[in-house]
Design a protein around this ligand. Structure first.
Ligand code: F2R
Ligand code: MG
Ligand code: MG
Ligand code: MG
Length: 349
């Protein structure tokens, strides 16, 4: 029982890391990533004789690390501690490819000496708040830490998100990704995923959070977007055969906004449970990440979120050890996974 969970926690943290490291060289390249180039890239990574400079992680992992370490050390969400870790991490290594706007939050925290940790985020984008996917890219540790308690998970993911992302579609995206991680943790790693049920479950949970009012759903760029709408579109796509990358990007998106990348990442995880014509591998974990990157756009973040789901479902055992050797931060990810599991198993007195 504990060994199964440890494998899943490690798989999730490693999946999040690997998607980031392997996806970041392709981030924001114009157009889709060439399928043959990507196939060779992954084949080489699996080849034990292949040597290459280590693939560095980006902001996605830098922030995930802070979320995991803060939860593990406090045994609960602590806003000041988490904010401090985000800022410290950023000022130590500012060149990890952070979102353009979010660094203003870090600077305001420093200037105000953390007087009100919630305020700088509310001031982003002229008071609209950020709707970027920074909320989802760092949330996997919340899905792990709270996997036994959905109410706590939703509440914690909302707070972790609102430290930097107060737009409804921003922090709701983080909640959605955390809920998906939870589903993957509780799923039997040997069982075939029921993709329809997976979507239905998420739609049901998001329906309790999202506004019922159609007008309110129109708040972002005049487009009627909610996670429920995107999840229903995803469910339809999953039922179609041989959907090509252009259609996926057209329907679900692949950019830095939460609404156009978090459902996409969940779709990648679910779609890649079955063979994909242009991806030659029997390893489902690899297929998920390779497929996510093939969509182009925000490749590090979409692959990282999809990888977290695959890893939480399949466990660290499913990851090719040669691929791990090419990525920065593997030992750190494993330690954080173990610390999180310890914290889950020994709640504070
Ligand atoms: N920043 C990047 N990639 C850019 C290129 C990096 C490359 N390596 C290079 O340096 O050349 N990647 C990282 O950013 C994304 C996560 O961003 P986060 O944390 O959400 O930040 P931010 O700044 O809050 O939002 C990101 C952008 O989203 C748009 N946006 C957000 N809210 C908006 C709103 N209310 N209205 C309009 N636009 C909004 C803005 O363009 C923000 O800059 C990840 O991809 C991570 O990997
Ligand atoms: Mg990044
Ligand atoms: Mg936060
Ligand atoms: Mg990114």
């Amino acid at each position: 029982e504990t060994a199964v969970l440890a494998n899943k926690f490690r798989g999730c943290m490693l999946g999040s890391l690997l998607g980031d490291c392997l996806g970041s060289p392709f981030e924001a390249e114009s157009g889709p990533v060439a399928k043959t180039i990507l196939q060779k890239y992954f084949d080489k990574m699996e080849d034990p004789t292949f040597k290459s400079p280590v693939k560095r992680y980006t902001d996605d992992t830098a922030m995930t690390k802070s979320v995991a370490a803060s939860l593990a050390q406090h045994g609960a969400f602590n806003e000041k501690d988490m904010a401090k870790r985000f800022a410290t991490e950023y000022f130590q290594e500012p060149r990890r490819g952070y979102g353009e706007a979010v660094t203003r939050v870090f600077r305001k925290w420093r200037e105000s000496k953390m007087e009100d940790v919630w305020k700088p985020a509310r001031e982003q984008f002229d008071g609209q708040g950020s709707a970027g996917n920074g909320s989802g890219m760092r949330i996997a540790p919340v899905g792990l830490f709270c996997y036994r308690d959905t109410d706590l998970l939703v509440e914690t993911a909302a707070k972790v998100g609102k430290l930097t992302h107060t737009h409804r579609l921003g922090y709701h995206g983080g909640i959605l990704q955390a809920l998906a991680v939870q589903l993957c943790v509780v799923q039997d790693s040997k069982a075939v995923v029921d993709t329809k049920r997976f979507c239905d479950d998420l739609i049901e949970k998001m329906s309790k959070l999202e506004p019922k009012d159609e007008d309110e759903l129109n708040s972002f760029e005049q487009e009627p977007k909610s996670y429920q709408i995107q999840l229903k579109l995803m469910q339809k796509l999953l039922q179609k055969k041989d959907v090509d990358n252009d259609e996926v990007v057209e329907v679900l998106g692949n950019n830095v906004l939460s609404i156009y990348s978090i459902p996409t990442a969940i779709y990648c995880y679910l779609r890649a449970q079955q063979p994909i014509e242009f991806i030659k591998t029997d390893n489902i974990f690899r297929r998920v990440i390779q497929y996510a990157i093939s969509l182009g756009g925000d490749t590090d973040t979409i692959a990282s979120m999809a990888g977290a789901l695959a890893g939480a479902h399949l466990g660290a055992d499913s990851i090719n050890a040669n691929i791990l050797k090419h990525c920065e931060g593997v030992d750190m990810a494993v330690s954080l996974a173990d610390e999180l599991l310890d914290a889950v198993n020994s709640p504070p007195a």
